[in-house]
Design a binder for this molecule. Structure first.
Ligand code: F6P
Length: 331
């Protein structure tokens, strides 16, 4: 008999429940028992788990968040926590764990696998910054939200002839800003990978104005920096506000800012995220069935394939240069 622990760890994202549902249903189908771990690794460190039944995963496909709860605990953070993790793994007779999470959570999963606790991973984060896969669960929903927000901001920006600065998340990577901005028609995108000069942003806004475009939408990742502005000194989620106030000060154009914040992480997953999560969940249990542990499921060329979890979590995946080229075409 196999007993599989399911953990959603780190920052949550839309689509986690679809993945939990698929992991549980596929496991039940194979006759495995499933143990739900509450609040990320916290549940296995502090003995907070429960036996999952079919009813726990009924009616959750479309729900955002995680029915298990999530959290940022790390079983390697102290010897005592690791000892508790080991004791609970043994107590509940787990044979393996499915970890659903982003870069840091999958890194922990890989280390646990190396330590002898059979683990497979499912990449899930709105940041889309996990190597080895073309897309993580949650990114599509977050980027769609950014896109829709830019649509809404366009209409009010154009009526009032304003500059709108929109601050988005990204966890240190520019995927959400770049692709959300591309889909929503941003007039300038600032990400951690591309550090523009403040004067270039200003000239761009002024050039647009003199060519008859009386508004501009600027998208900036919350961790981005701009040459010529001490953005590094800004408080958390303060970069958009700061950039907006400097633009208004220097250009004299009425400027507003919007922080999309955790709205990007909430809500109902899109069709794409639900189906990606469902396919990932199924294939993660298949990996366990075959004993192919230490791997994560990945999207490659439209197919779900295994990827080495250690390799995938050595550095964060950055958007390719081509995406910046696409964005700049519309500046
Ligand atoms: O990793 C996902 C993410 O939403 C990042 O984009 C963001 O920087 C961070 O988590 C915010 O974390 P918290 O929810 O702890 O504020």
């Amino acid at each position: 008999m196999r007993r599989i622990g399911v953990v959603t760890s780190g920052a949550d994202c839309p689509g986690l429940n679809a993945a939990i549902r698929a992991v549980a249903r596929k496991s039940f189908d194979l006759g495995y028992e499933v143990i739900g771990v509450r609040n990320g690794w916290h549940g296995l460190i502090h003995d907070d788990v429960f036996v999952m039944e079919k009813s726990h995963v009924s009616g959750i496909l479309y729900l955002g968040g995680s029915i298990l709860g999530s959290g940022k605990d790390d079983p390697f953070s102290s010897e005592a926590d690791f000892a508790s993790f080991q004791a609970n793994f043994k107590k509940y007779q787990l044979t393996s764990i499915v970890v659903i999470g982003g870069f840091t959570s999958l890194r922990i999963a890989s280390r646990l696998n190396d330590a002898g606790y059979a683990t497979v991973g499912i990449p899930a984060t709105i940041d889309n910054d996990v190597m080895g896969t073309e897309q993580t669960i949650g990114f599509d929903t977050a980027a769609n939200f950014v896109c829709e927000s830019l649509d809404r901001l366009h209409s009010t920006a154009s009526s009032h002839h304003r500059v709108m600065v929109v601050e988005v998340m990204g966890g240190g990577a520019g995927w959400i800003a770049l692709l959300g901005g591309l889909g929503g028609g941003a007039d300038y995108v600032v990400t951690p990978e591309y550090r523009p000069k403040f004067d270039d942003i200003l000239h761009h806004i002024e050039n647009r104005k003199s060519s008859g475009k009386t508004f501009s939408i600027i998208v900036i990742t919350d961790t981005a920096t701009v040459d010529g502005l001490p953005l590094g000194e800004c408080p958390k989620t303060g970069v958009g506000a700061y950039l907006a106030s400097e633009i208004e000060k220097r250009s004299g154009i009425d400027t507003r800012f919007t922080v999309l914040g955790h709205l990007q992480r909430g809500g109902t997953p899109t069709f794409f995220d639900r189906t990606l999560a469902t396919r990932y969940g199924y294939e993660a249990v298949e990996l366990l069935r075959r004993g192919d542990v230490g791997k994560m499921v990945a999207l490659k060329g439209g197919l779900i394939v295994p990827a080495d979890m250690d390799q995938a979590t050595r550095e964060r995946r950055k958007p390719e240069a081509k995406l910046f080229e696409y964005a700049k075409l519309f500046y």
